[in-house]
Design a protein around this ligand. Sequence first.
Ligand code: EPU
Length: 432
Amino acid sequence: MKESFIVEGIGGKRVLEGNIPVRGSKNAVLPAMASSIIFNKPLTLTNVPDIEDVHRMAELLENLGAVPEQTKKREYVISGNKTHTSVMDEFLSKKMRASVILTGPLLARFKKITFPHPGGCVIGARPIDLFLSGFEKMGATVKEQKESFIVTAPKTGLKGANIFFHIPSVTASETFIMAAVLARGKTYLKNVALEPEVTALAEFLVSCGAKIEGIGTPMLEIVGTGGKLLSPKRVYKTIPDRLETGSFLVLAALAGKDVTITDCQPEHIEILTDMLIQSGVSIDIGKNTIRVQQSTKKNFRPFNIKTHEYPGFPTDIQAPTVVYLTQAKGDSLVFETIFEGRLQFTQDLVKMGADITLWDAHRAMIKGPTPLKGREVDGPDIRAGLALLVAAVIAQGTSTINNVYYIDRGYEKIEERFRDIGITIERVVKEV
Ligand code: EPU
């Protein structure tokens, strides 16, 4: 069975009104769930979004012996202390690239791990060289066997090391923060990713006794416990999803009469709010809200984007921003520097009427404004899926967005929140 969304487009009108709440960040909560393995008691997590990737991470943890329990709406208690194996299931691991974050805590605690390559996906090849070389620097040996990697730490556990990431990878930074927290001695992590999700993890671990200096900078100095598990001293409250905030902002900019995005952290998406304001969108930024009020139809100015690590333009916001740029007056250039597959979805936008020239896998030119028409399209990944949903909302006529599973991986019950601001959207099940 496959699910699709049927969306009645509003044909370029500005009619959306009301509040749309942002849920907890997918990319913050996944490493926090994985961190339960380096704790000696159950960990409580709140503001956990009800999304497929959280369910997948819970399944992976359960498969390792941990006990993840949903105790309330958006609250989990995870007994990672009950984990008893460090052999990661191939089928479950390959379903989600983020499974790779489990390798750090598992290796630090059990001194040996077996895991499959988490796999590439539609957005790119997604290598794991930073993980393998980092473990080797911490004294481990890496063997490749059939489809799996077997990594073995010294008998006394991982040792502190000097690790320079040649790319500031988000999940590699998180993995090595967790590994170093339990290692013997001091680890220096250099060129660490600065994404708020990495900072949130490091700050949480520090609040539970980990010794990490330099949080929020590209260089961390971590003094390991020598194998001693941490004690949960507080509840992990998931930060708002800045990528969801950004997608809603684009939607409100394109179709909002008076839309307020609530429960968000505006400073995490400043680059987008700044660019949209300069492009002509009326935006009011509050402490935890962003309000877009736009009663008249006016021409938005185009702009160029080049995706970059935080605080630069997020690759995950590139797709919805491309939809925005199809409605700006003039030419815009998009340079996707992080992933080679993330402009493929523009083919679907072209099918809907956009004028986009793909120069190569990384660069596209958009000429706007072009009215969009409702079509049947496939959401190829989480972020492009949502971008196509936004395109369907502003289009003329009815659209069908297939592969809703991808949208469900990252966005909690999106149709309910869309309906609350005036969008006509229905989830349908297709027998296959
Ligand atoms: N890279 C390597 N070698 C490695 C690891 C990464 O070359 O060993 C490269 C990647 O191929 C990519 C670049 O480094 O070109 C940056 O990728 P990164 O490792 O930072 O990505 P990630 O950690 O796998 C996280 C998010 C992604 C988000 C990227 C970029 C999580 C769970 N995932 O992925 O989120 O796009 O950072 O910000 O945090 C999404 O939410 O839809 C999503 C894909």
